[in-house]
Design a protein around this ligand. Structure first.
Ligand SMILES: [Zn+2]
Length: 448
């Protein structure tokens, strides 16, 4: 455990967030939010498992004020909150395996967290809130161990004024109405990374999108209901298409939130995704984004990242899913889209290594498109059936767990060997090395 903890903390993609010496197994969030003044207050109760002997635990919480901290299972000597880090100093060393309960009472005016990619996390709309935390926005609304590989179950209770509707990750298990407020309780029993935890608050209507492979709903401003019903009319077919390609849908349901405001980009959350009105209505609306965010439920949300270094495992796969849906729904086929993007990438600087792009470039568009091209190259040498078999083995072997690029290489070699023997396994290993580990853009394999 010591060695593992040291290795994790030296991860250059860990960015001063998170603490590898402990794991949070469960977050119980009991919060009240006033929309107009943007005031959040409540209690977070964390079930903590110590992973390496320590006397200090560090949580991430940015911009909010800590009112009280309690620890059960070990004496708390003192706590200290500065620079977005809440440091708990224990009265004695605790061993690996120790279970602690950490309770934090906190509140204030939540704001997004600044990052190299702009502001992420809790964000006020004109009349409501979205939380889109990828990659480091989770501490804008709750104290957490902000690492993509530290996944927990959640109970999220959020009390808001009555006209507002709340969505959080997981199933809605309770809705308690009082005179002027309603408490919305969501339970997520699948392991969830802090960046995929979310709350959405707004004046939304619910639209049923389909009940085929899983219940799919949209939360939409009343004025956009007719337009969205029309625009998302084939969502059930989209989900079936992705289930056929990638395997069973990994969560209890899917909720697509369309905010009344325009947003910069759509973002995935656990069992949900958030779109701006501009992504789904008007001249810039784009169907490929709907497929992309839904595909993240398999790639990123179920099969999760161990480190941000491997972000192509999320974004490359979600981009390839856009192309697959385009082909299935009568648009340009995968091969045509791949050729187009290959030409575009060939005209851009060849200085990005997909398996290690550098923390500042994890959201570089080339990570997305080259990632998708890597998968298309793999499909070309394996054949479509074997390739889709590999994707389904990937989503099944690493369902609700974390994985790395090396895990994918190993599984791809295994599949190639089973399909075409050692010669094919060797060819696949070489292909992945060319696409993932070197900056120069390889040609797309010519033959099927
Ligand atoms: Zn994405």
């Amino acid at each position: 455990m010591r060695a593992a903890a040291r290795a994790s903390s030296s991860d250059p993609y860990a960015t001063g967030h998170g603490d590898p010496s402990f794991h949070v197994a469960r977050y119980d969030l009991d919060l009240t939010y006033r929309v107009a003044p943007n005031r959040l207050r409540g209690t977070a109760t964390l079930d903590v498992e110590v992973l390496a002997p320590t006397r200090v635990l560090v949580l991430d919480l940015v911009g909010l004020t800590v009112e009280r901290v309690e620890v059960a299972g070990a004496p708390l000597a003192r706590h200290d909150h500065r620079g977005g880090r809440l440091t708990l100093r224990l009265g004695r060393d605790v061993d690996a395996g120790t279970r602690l309960t950490v309770t934090v009472r906190y509140g204030g005016t939540p704001r997004p967290v600044r990052s190299p990619w702009g502001e992420v996390g809790w964000e006020e709309l004109e009349d409501g809130v979205i939380v889109a935390s990828q990659p480091t926005g989770a501490p804008s609304w709750f104290p957490c161990n902000d690492r993509p590989d530290d996944r927990a179950t959640y109970r999220t209770a959020l009390t808001v004024d009555a006209p507002y509707r709340v969505l959080a990750h997981g199933r809605l298990v309770e809705r308690r109405a009082r005179a002027s407020t309603t408490t919305w309780v969501h339970e997520e029993d699948r392991p969830t990374a802090p960046y995929l935890a979310t709350v959405q608050v707004g004046r939304y209507e619910e639209v049923v999108l389909g009940d085929g492979a899983a219940p799919q709903r949209a939360l939409v401003p009343a004025a956009l209901v007719p337009a969205l019903r029309d625009r998302l009319g084939d969502h059930d077919a989209l989900l079936s298409c992705l289930v056929d390609a990638f395997g069973p849908y990994p969560f209890a349901g899917y909720t697509l939130v369309c905010t009344p405001d325009d947003l910069e980009i759509p973002v995935e959350a656990q069992g949900a995704a958030v779109f701006g009105a501009n992504h789904l209505t008007g001249p810039d609306a784009d169907d490929r984004l709907v497929a992309h965010e839904l595909a993240h439920q398999w790639f990123g949300n179920s099969v999760g990242l161990r480190t941000w270094q491997d972000i192509w495992l999320n974004e490359g796969f979600a981009c390839w899913a856009e192309w697959w849906w385009s082909q299935a729904s009568g648009g340009p086929d995968v091969r045509t889209l791949a050729r187009t993007w290959h030409e575009r990438l060939a005209a851009r600087p060849q200085d990005l290594v997909l398996s290690d792009p550098g923390y500042d470039r994890i959201f570089d568009d080339r990570v997305y498109k080259r990632g998708a091209l890597t998968l298309e190259a793999l499909r070309t040498v394996l054949g479509t059936d074997a390739f889709l078999g590999l994707l389904r083995a990937w989503t099944s072997r690493y369902a609700h767990a974390t994985a790395t690029t090396d895990d994918l290489r190993a599984l791809a070699s295994e599949h190639a060997a089973a399909t075409g023997g050692e010669a094919l396994a060797g060819r696949v290993a070489d292909l992945l090395a060319d696409w993932l580990d070197r900056p120069g853009l390889p040609p797309l394999p010519a033959s099927w």
